[in-house]
Design a protein around this ligand. Structure first.
Ligand code: ZN
Length: 88
């Protein structure tokens, strides 16, 4: 007998993989934080949001709100919202 079972080797392998991917993920988060993101690289949160948008069939272009010019001050504001100049 070798003293350790196949099961233990598998668990050990999974642990090493988890630590390895954990470090890679943390490294990526730190790069994104510093603005050193690689081309096309996304954080986990950004990937989840992108996947959610793709599932709902909404593209980035459709999310951008329409704006209209405020008749009083000329600032562009989202359609249907009130410009802050009216509250002054
Ligand atoms: Zn205004």
């Amino acid at each position: 007998m070798l003293g350790f079972s196949l099961q233990k080797i598998i668990v050990l392998g999974l642990l090493i993989a988890a630590v390895w991917y954990g470090f890679k993920y943390i490294g990526r988060l730190q790069r994104v934080d510093r603005g050193e993101r690689k081309k096309g690289e996304r954080t986990m949160g950004e990937r989840v949001r992108k996947a959610a948008r793709e599932r709902s069939g909404v593209t980035d272009a459709e999310i951008i709100e329409d704006t209209e010019k405020c008749p009083r001050c000329g600032t562009f504001i989202p359609v249907g919202s009130e410009c802050s100049c009216k509250r002054r």
